[in-house]
Design a protein around this ligand. Structure first.
Ligand SMILES: NC(=O)c1ccc[n+]([C@@H]2O[C@H](COP(=O)([O-])OP(=O)(O)OC[C@H]3O[C@@H](n4cnc5c(N)ncnc54)[C@H](OP(=O)(O)O)[C@@H]3O)[C@@H](O)[C@H]2O)c1
Length: 437
């Protein structure tokens, strides 16, 4: 006797939704073989049914009433792929209340409303599966929620935003500037028309927030940790980093330091031999350190139609065979249940890369090192390209000065930065990047 079909409602038939619909309709027999029951796409909600699409479904399946799909008693599972907070929150809550399991790729929604949604899932005894919300096709949620059960995760270091990584790779390898590279990323479909959430670090920070909840049981929203994007980087910094043996990557870090959780998303210098530094183009990578397993590393396409759809379908299959965890207990923690307090930003200790534009005249170096020294920041190395000779009486030329520091606290660095800003020999803005050895 065949098991009853899993009846699916899909909300959103855009980039990812079209990939999901395509796999479900073109590979129905493969899905049935793997789950032992047919998986049937029954209804699809969109904003505009007349829009031309990558993959179309019969007109009679389509509606613009997403809430009606979420509450349809003839559906078992709802896939939310519209993105954003509203009306996605209302749709997910309505689906759970109507007794349906939910699959979503919406990291912004889970990051902002996770506790409320997971509490609602628990109340209804239903699952919210969200593998596709972090790192596209890499099954990192499954790894953290299931495969790492025997471990206390010690550290997560990851590239979680493929758009930023593509831009940094292009700038470094082609020597192109930031603005023209963003345009190219848009033309190739790696960046949205408005790429700000990708390039300002928000997208990676939302994903890190979800990973940290699973790995450490800590609920930290991006406003609570350092989030810096790649949008202020200069090509010169990528070149100087290379001279020093490093590559610059938008690195998302969550790590335990003396039982406190340190979190940040920042452009970071990483030794060029490190696999994270070698991750190119729109790829993502996640390196996890567990106290039992040691280091494991996962990499793959972090976004895109089919890699993301592949994770959505994996969640759907888990739901179909009853393997989806009914809720993810660590994603609806109250603050009192958290296991590790967040490390205060000022206490974070690491090395830094500093790049200044200075007037080439006596005492400049001494003035800068004096400020750093008074704040207990010591120098590891210095690069200063030679300036052209100028005639006596002519204005001093401006030259770059790059300093690598030894480890110091972020608080010391911020204090030094205040003092450095007052030095008249420093010209224009300067750059400070974290270094991860
Ligand atoms: N794109 C990726 O590579 C990727 C990777 C990982 C995760 N995600 C996540 O996946 C989700 C979907 O992303 P996407 O790139 O597929 O977005 P998208 O291309 O903008 O598609 C959004 C879809 O939602 C529909 N929609 C929007 N508001 C609606 C409403 N109120 N009622 C009914 N339908 C509505 C749109 O309808 P119309 O087509 O009629 O406008 C469209 O079909 C987001 O949460 C995103 O963060 C995306």
């Amino acid at each position: 006797m065949t098991a009853p079909p899993l009846r699916v409602g899909l909300i959103g038939l855009g980039n990812v939704g079209a990939g999901v619909a395509r796999i479900l309709r073109e590979h129905a027999s493969r899905m049935e073989q793997r789950t032992g029951r047919p998986i049937e796409l029954r209804r699809v909600a969109v904003r505009d049914p007349r829009k031309p699409r990558d993959f179309s479904v019969p007109a009679e399946m389509m509606t613009t009433d997403a809430l009606a799909v979420a509450q349809d008693p003839d559906l078992d599972v709802i896939i939310e792929l519209i993105g954003g907070l509203r009306p996605a929150r209302e749709i997910v809550l309505a689906a759970l209340k109507a007794g349906k399991n939910v699959v979503t790729a919406n990291k912004a929604l889970l990051c902002e409303h996770g506790p409320e949604l997971f509490a609602a899932a628990r109340e209804s005894d239903r699952a919210i599966a969200f593998e596709a919300a972090v790192a596209g096709g890499i099954p990192i949620i499954h790894v953290l929620a299931a495969a790492m059960t025997a471990n206390q995760v010690i550290e997560i270091r990851a590239i979680l935003n493929g758009t930023s990584n593509f831009i940094l790779s292009e700038m470094f390898h082609k020597g192109a500037d930031y603005d023209s590279t963003v345009k190219k990323a848009q033309e190739l479909g790696y960046a949205e028309a408005d790429p700000s959430m990708d390039v300002n670090g928000t997208d990676a920070a939302q994903k890190l927030s979800l990973l940290a909840q699973l790995a450490f049981g800590v609920r930290a929203t991006p406003s609570e940790f350092i989030v810096q994007g790649i949008d202020t980087l200069d090509l010169a910094d990528l070149k100087y980093a290379d001279e020093l043996g490093y590559r610059v990557k938008l690195l998302a870090t969550a790590k335990l330091v003396s039982d406190r959780l340190e979190m940040h998303v920042q452009p970071t210098l990483i030794r060029r031999e490190n696999p994270i530094a070698q991750t190119e183009g729109p790829y993502n990578i996640v390196a996890l350190d567990g106290d039992a397993v040691g280091r494991t590393v996962y990499s793959g396409r972090g976004a895109g139609q089919l890699p993301t759809a592949s994770s959505v379908i994996a969640d759907l299959v888990d739901v179909a065979i009853g393997r989806a965890q009914l809720t993810f207990p660590r994603l609806d923690l109250s603050p009192s249940q958290e296991s590790f307090p967040l490390q205060p930003v000022e206490e974070i200790r690491r090395r830094y890369y500093l790049r200044f534009l200075v007037l080439d005249k006596p005492h400049v170096m001494a003035d800068i090192t004096d400020v750093l020294g008074r704040n207990q920041i010591s120098l590891a190395s210095v690069i200063q390209p030679e300036a052209p000779e100028v005639e006596h009486g002519m204005a001093s030329p401006k030259v770059p000065l790059v300093i690598m520091t030894h480890r110091c606290r972020e608080g010391q660095l911020r204090k030094a930065a205040e003092e450095l800003r007052k030095l008249s020999c420093l010209q224009g803005d300067w750059m400070c990047l974290a270094v991860s050895d």
